[in-house]
Design a binder for this molecule. Structure first.
Ligand code: UTP
Length: 290
């Protein structure tokens, strides 16, 4: 089997406080960019990389997510009767098959590391992907596919990385670099959310991971880190002696859809990339800002 990545974990148990009141009754991963919820972009990206099993770690708002990835017979019948072929296609185009999606519940939002740990029994003993749906990336080749393409000879842990302005290091997990060929960096250390002055580099982790299951052991120790949360980065740092850790500088533009401005920017950028919308959106934006 080598290092084939067959499973992906989608941690969707966060509080989404930055999007209240929109996220009061609905998880932020159901927020649409143009006309598709963030979670669907994430699931489609995983499928494009060959993932066959989708594992959701949910919190509140589970029903909306489950319903989104289920058949909607009444809606589909109505669309069929009214000959709304395009709408019907949009509803049916991506539908995982029965048994391809599993849900587990993070009963308390104790942090990203805790959310990933909650998926341990569903993941088992093989390398797996983690996708944070609020990191949305506009790319010709889906970023997880870029990662699976280089993962096989590397093994261990591989994350998507990008250089950020030094004043922003406190928002990210940052790599302490051992070697760097400009595309792939090998880390000898990791720090979660360091102050700019303390950051060992400006190379930061974006929400795409391929992880060795060895990470479940330190995650089980429930170390409390930055923001009083159980951080995935801290657990990964403890595995550095056991498995290699690489960061891949991906091709694409990343939008932080957990942030209002990033989310709005993503909507504009994705709309401008849609042949059916680009001209009208460009004209509408011109009207607004001129
Ligand atoms: P964020 O740090 O963006 O936190 O989580 P959040 O709670 O979702 O949003 P804000 O800051 O309150 O607005 C990063 C990712 O980790 C998941 C989130 O769902 C998101 O995909 N997460 C975070 C969990 O699944 N569980 C947690 O306990 C924390």
């Amino acid at each position: 089997m080598g290092h084939r990545v067959r499973k992906a974990v989608f941690p969707v148990g966060g509080m989404g406080t930055r999007f209240l009141p929109a996220t009061k009754a609905m998880p932020k991963e159901m927020l649409p960019v143009v006309d598709k919820p963030l979670i669907q972009y994430a699931v489609e990206e995983a499928a494009a990389a060959g993932v066959e099993h989708f594992i959701f770690v949910t919190g509140r708002g589970k029903n909306a997510l489950e319903d989104h990835f289920d058949y909607a017979p009444e809606l589909e019948r109505m669309l069929e009767e009214r000959h709304k072929d395009e709408a019907l296609d949009a509803v049916r185009r991506f539908m995982p098959r029965s048994g391809q999606i599993s849900y587990t519940r993070q009963t308390e939002p104790l942090g990203l590391g805790h959310a990933v740990w909650c998926a341990r029994h569903l993941v088992g003993g093989e390398p797996f992907a983690v996708i944070l749906p609020d990191d949305l990336i506009l790319a010709d080749e889906p970023v997880l596919k870029q990662m699976t393409d280089v993962y096989d000879p590397l093994g261990g842990n591989l994350v998507a990385v990008q250089d950020v302005p030094r004043e922003h290091t406190f928002r990210y997990g940052i790599l302490d670099i051992e070697t760097d060929d400009g595309k792939l960096a090998k880390a000898k250390g990791l720090v979660e959310k360091p102050k700019p002055a303390d950051a060992p580099s400006t190379l930061s982790i974006i929400g795409r991971y391929i992880l060795d299951p060895v990470v479940f052991s330190p995650l089980g120790r429930r170390m409390i880190g930055a923001g009083n949360e159980i951080q995935l980065t801290d657990a990964l740092a403890t595995t550095l002696a056991v498995v290699p850790f690489h960061g891949l500088r991906f091709e694409g533009v990343r939008f932080d859809c957990g942030d209002k401005v990033g989310f709005l920017q993503a909507n504009v950028a994705f709309a401008l990339h849609r042949p059916d919308l680009a001209d009208d959106v460009r004209a509408a934006l011109r009207d607004l800002v001129c």
